[in-house]
Design a protein around this ligand. Sequence first.
Ligand code: ADP
Ligand code: MG
Length: 293
Amino acid sequence: MSTGAELNASMLDRIRHDLVGLRMPRALEALDHIVRRLEHGEIGALEAVDILLSEELTLRENSRIKTALRMGRLATIKTLAGFDFTFQPSLDRDRILTLAQLGFVARGEVVHFLGPPGTGKSHLATALGVEAVKAGRSVYFCTLADLLASLARSEREGRLQERIRFFCRPVLLIVDEIGYLPVVHDGGNLFFQLVNARYERGSMILTSNRGFAEWGEVFGDAVVATALLDRLLHHAVVVQIEGSSYRLRQHAELMPEHVRSKAVLTAPGPVADAKRRGRPPKNGHASHMGAPA
Ligand code: ADP
Ligand code: MG
């Protein structure tokens, strides 16, 4: 007759074998430690099962999130926890935290973040995207320039509708940096086709350093801009940030006082941008500091 210890050992072997078969690597890894705690009377049998399963679940959840963030092009991870609301007093913290509850995603609404460069528009858009990914929603992040380049390429290849369907798939589409660069020829039209396809179906977050009144100029076509805004403002939340640049603050702190006060008068980069409230020069290229991070 086999001893209790032998029985335990063969049962553990079987469990290990099953965990491999079930593809539960984290549970397999944690098994010995959990059994030891069980033998020492630190935990009961139910708790042991609970810990084993939740270890595996946590691993799966983390890798799901990692994959979804990569697929959604949310490369630079910004979080709401990492956002300093005291630096941006014009911003209603509760309003942002409400957005993080993702009701706007469920309702297919559009959130606009408007404000000068460096005020945290991309940060907040990304952070809300991260929240949506964590909640299991599909998200895709792109800049307007990248989106339009992609749509234009697909149109040349005769696959525009396919590409529009691709950008309609994510429940939340984030389009960053509207207004930094001039929209290429026909770009407004392509963007309109996408916006129209997503209208009342999928949610969007848009960020812009230009007011809505300037969209005619941004898209080089007043009619297209009006049609875009008609859709994009219908079920919309507009968050206007009125503060100063966080980037500039960091630079200012690195500079000695006498340079700093001079910089405020003469610096061609960040300060000039802040004064222009992000309007790119007429040649269409944002200056190096105004250029989006
Ligand atoms: P915008 O898109 O409005 O130009 P960003 O969101 O890219 O500005 O912000 C510029 C940089 O400053 C980013 O690295 C961002 O994480 C950081 N930042 C901006 N505002 C804040 C803030 N209030 N708290 C913490 N970091 C911030
Ligand atoms: Mg930005």
